[in-house]
Design a protein around this ligand. Structure first.
Ligand code: ATP
Ligand code: MG
Length: 695
């Protein structure tokens, strides 16, 4: 009853809006965007450049569907990150109210997980499977590789990373191993049969241990749709509309899933920009966009050309940059946002001057009233911000880092998580292995023997206790048995349960950490942080799922359980992780050949093209100010490859530079260009000086 007045007001508002002619959930869209948001019937492809409002249009389309009577829980919104889905849905909520909270939104992988927990058991996949991250998958591949003995016989047999990479590529691109080897690893062509045997063993191990890797999530989803007409129909009938953002970064398997979900003429809306496709290294293909009209009968294609994000000078620069690319759907963007300064191209003497420039400029802009959260520093790879991070910390400028090495990839964090994982899934061999090798007195042989015994005992939860260790390993064995026992018997109380689990693990683990490292403090602090984060989840399983599926991009992201943060912090991000976002002020640092593009991409035209698109993604994040910086000298240790001279990134060729303001930093780091507008009260410095010295 308490809610009644609010519902009533909402209806009233809708009626008012309709009375004025246009429903207000379509306000703030231009004609093309409106067409796309309201199109009905056929599959729809919106293909348009950066900042043209693709994501905004998708949000309004969700709102429009709800307003026209589609039940929100029957709408599926697929995005590249969980955070993107959350943001889009909270914007939809502002348009049509809380109904939009029931929209199913998330990444392909999270959606696959949800569906597999529900439909997997009917298809031979027990619902309590553990999701392995890439590192775990590599470790399991290593176990398979070692067991088959192929690697011992052939020294040059592919390493675990390569085996896992090939497997992932094979699954996601749907290309044969033979073709992949010929294209990418000609030296391994002769090992094809052996690689397949390792994959076979890997697959068997996953099944026995009920483990699922990232690729399997999508693969199983596709298989349910493809292979079981009945299950496929049940899954497809859950949604009336499917919408996908950033379609240019989906792969062949994801496109197959969409066909299975929506049928050839189904209610599918995808939006993307071929000029921003930057994930081909993960198997994504722009072909999905190019072939969309052929794959989905009667598809409509809408293009958008007006950019709303950036000022004209920034757009001139990014248009010039991307005009060098061999894109297929060509588009020249325009904007009504005239005025504003040209993007700066800043030459610094060396890295430390580049760092100082960025930090100085951030503080200046902050003083002028730009909040820190409206500024971002972007770079090609995570390690390139190290120097800047130190400087920011020194100056007490708070920042959040996206991409690069993640908190959850740290060995000590993975160690602690392994304990939680074996409690959830006692068959999780990879985690057992990890834990056993941590224990004093337990080495490879003992670990293997223990795992062997547990397998024989069908992995029941007491199996480890019944393994008889050699004398040297007895104390460790006893301690571990006692710990696991205590954790299993603890009664789940409230939200603090997962955090309490971690605290129990730490009664044993902290000691190991102190023995292993001279300076354990930062690692212990990470574990404190992990405990805080864990307190936000209702159960071990939900906690493990959340972090396996979408490793948080920054620690802030984690602490909030993925929700928005209101804190005023600067963002440091890899260009990849900045996709889809925008800031008032953007710095792109290390615009140097060998850094951006990366050295390893140089020499391969396709890769250089992808690097250029990535630079385009980075530079098109800026609304009002764009600074591109490069150090002229770098010191040998930082260089990855055989580059001896630092050169400005090849992407900033003469035509692009002409759209920029070139700025060289003086020794005193005077960063502002001359300000030529005369003050209202005229002043003549020379005359003043002459007067003072009676010249
Ligand atoms: P990207 O390719 O980078 O993902 P996009 O095409 O998805 O970009 P959006 O992020 O949706 O673009 O929009 C870019 C900016 O332009 C946003 O701030 C958005 O609110 C604004 N915008 C888009 N369309 C309009 C419009 N019709 N009126 C006013 N602002 C708009
Ligand atoms: Mg977008």
């Amino acid at each position: 009853m308490a809610d009644a007045p609010r519902v009533y007001r909402q209806r009233e508002r809708q009626v008012d809006a309709r009375a004025e002619g246009a429903p207000d959930h379509l306000d703030g869209l231009n004609d093309e965007q409106r067409l796309a948001a309201t199109a009905s019937g056929a599959p729809l492809l919106i293909v348009a450049g950066a900042g043209t409002g693709k994501t905004r249009t998708l949000v309004h389309r969700v709102a429009h569907l709800i307003e026209t009577g589609v039940r929100p829980e029957r709408i599926l919104l697929l995005t590249y990150t969980r955070r993107a889905a959350q943001e889009m849905l909270s914007r939809a909520e502002r348009l049509v109210g809380s109904a939009s909270r029931s929209v199913q939104g998330g990444t392909f992988h999270a959606t696959a997980n949800r569906l597999l927990r529900r439909f997997g058991p009917a298809a031979g996949l027990p619902g309590d499977f553990t999701i392995m991250d890439q590192g775990d998958a590599e470790d399991l591949m290593q176990i398979a590789r070692a067991t088959l003995g192929v690697a011992q016989r052939n020294k040059r047999f592919p390493k675990k990373e390569t085996l896992q990479y090939l497997y992932s590529r094979h699954v996601n691109t749907e290309r044969s191993l033979d073709a992949l080897l010929h294209d990418e690893f000609p030296a391994f062509v002769d090992w094809q049969k052996d690689i397949e045997r390792v994959w076979g063993d890997y697959t068997r191990r996953k099944a026995e241990r009920n483990l699922v890797d990232y690729d399997d999530l999508l693969l199983f989803w596709a298989l349910m749709l493809d292979q079981s007409p009945e299950l496929g129909a049940r899954i497809a009938s859950m949604h009336d509309h499917v919408l996908v953002d950033e379609y240019q970064d989906t792969n062949a398997l994801q496109s197959r899933i969409l066909r299975g979900l929506c049928g050839a003429n189904g209610r599918l809306t995808v939006v993307g920009d071929d000029a921003q496709s930057v994930y081909s290294f993960r198997g994504a293909t722009v072909r999905n966009m190019l072939d969309f009209p052929a794959q989905f009968t009667g598809a409509r294609v809408v293009t958008l050309e007006r950019n709303y994000r950036s000022t004209a000078p920034i757009l001139d620069c990014t248009n010039a940059l991307i005009s060098r690319a061999s894109e297929r759907y060509s588009k020249r963007l325009w904007t009504a946002r005239t005025g504003g300064e040209k993007p700066w191209l800043v030459a610094a003497r060396d890295e430390s001057q580049q760092t100082r420039f960025v930090a100085d400029r951030i503080l200046e802009l902050h003083e002028e009233g730009v909040p820190l959260r409206e500024m971002a520093v972007l770079f090609r790879a995570g390690y390139m911000s190290a120097d800047l991070e130190i400087e920011l910390a020194r100056r007490k400028i708070p920042f959040d880092k996206w991409g690069g090495l993640r908190f959850l990839e740290a060995a000590h964090v993975k160690d602690v998580l392994a304990f939680l994982r074996i409690l959830e899934n006692p068959r999780d061999e990879v985690s057992w292995y990890r834990i056993l090798l941590l224990m004093p007195g337990i080495g490879e042989t003992t670990a293997r023997a223990a795992i062997e015994t547990m397998a024989q005992l069908a992995w029941d939860s007491g199996a480890f206790g019944r393994y008889a260790p050699p004398p040297r390993a007895r104390p460790a064995h006893d301690a571990l048995v006692a710990l696991l026992e205590a954790m299993r018997n603890a009664t789940p109380t409230d939200y603090a349960q997962v955090s309490a689990d971690i605290a129990r693990v730490r009664t044993m683990y902290d000691e190991l950490l102190r023995d292993k490292y001279d300076r354990p403090e930062p690692r212990l602090a990470d574990l404190d942080q992990l405990q805080v984060i864990a307190a936000g989840y209702p159960s071990r399983l939900e906690f493990l799922n959340a972090i396996a599926l979408e490793p948080p991009q920054g620690t802030q992201d984690l602490a909030a359980g993925g929700a928005d943060q209101e804190d005023d912090v600067l963002v440091l991000s890899t260009a990849h992780s900045a996709k889809g976002r925008e800031w008032d002020v953007v710095f792109v640092i290390w615009a140097v050949d060998g850094f951006f593009p990366l050295a390893r991409a140089i020499g391969d035209d396709d890769q250089v093209d992808e690097e250029r698109r990535l630079m385009y993604v980075a530079m098109t994040r800026a609304r009002n100010h764009l600074f591109v910086t490069y150090p002229i000298h770098t010191y040998g240790t930082r260089r990855g490859a055989d580059y001896t001279m630092d050169q400005l990134s090849r992407f900033l060729d003469r035509g692009v530079r002409e759209t920029m303001e070139r700025v060289a930093l003086g020794d005193n780091d005077a960063t502002a260009p001359p300000d030529t507008s005369p003050p209202a009260q005229p002043v003549d410095l020379r005359a003043l000086l002459r007067g003072r010295f009676n010249a």
